[in-house]
Ligand binder design. Sequence first.
Ligand code: UDP
Length: 242
Amino acid sequence: MFTRLLKYNVFNGSKSDLMNYIDKFSKVNIVSGNPEVLYNGLKDDALLKNFTNANTVIIPDGIGTLLASKIVGVPIRQRITGIEVMENIIKKCEEEGKAIYLLGAKQNVLDVCVTNLKKRYPPLNISGSHNGYFDLDDCESILTDIKSSAPYALFVAMGTPKQDIFISQNMNELPCSIYMGVGGSFDVFAGKVKRAPKWMIALGLEWLYRVIKEPSRIKRLISIPKFLLKVIAFNKKKSKFD
Ligand code: UDP
């Protein structure tokens, strides 16, 4: 059910397998494993420890991750995007009467996101929310708020690596069952950012759409070849010893 990519185990099942799999954990961090996130993990010991511990599930989000799985010879069949998993978790929470907490984005985006989610999933319990502009080393009041509202799922939308650092620093002391860094997803729910058209998503070109809409993102694409080169180098070394 996993493909080994460098130091990571990346989930290699279907979307429904994933939902059943994460259900088994009492506490789980779901990481959207695109090359940028996985490459950041290689550069930071604390993140690497968090991404590789037993309570983390890395999902194959990003065409670069699928390509890497082909390079190592254990191809991942299905790409699973973070925003789809987030929607599935929200639906589950709505059905089962479990609460969610939204942490991240600008205050005006967060407010519209909360309103839109309540419209879309009327019985959903959003037990709390806070914008994503605060000091990671000085956020006791936010931690207290999350603890007292005791959500089942905590979605953190502050971009990588800030959201990943927040989760790795705090998940042990928080009471939630699901932790998930969801990047720009609150902007999508707020209608500020549109997802790529379906045909572009199907062709694995969502990254291109986002760069066209927001050209400053182009710098971030550099982590794709950097990550792939590491995978190629690791694979070459490994096949020498096999
Ligand atoms: N953001 C935040 N705090 C910060 C920096 C960014 O809450 O200190 C938010 C920002 O407002 C936006 C999201 O993080 O809502 C940016 O996510 P990005 O598009 O980088 O994520 P991606 O989808 O590319 O992972």
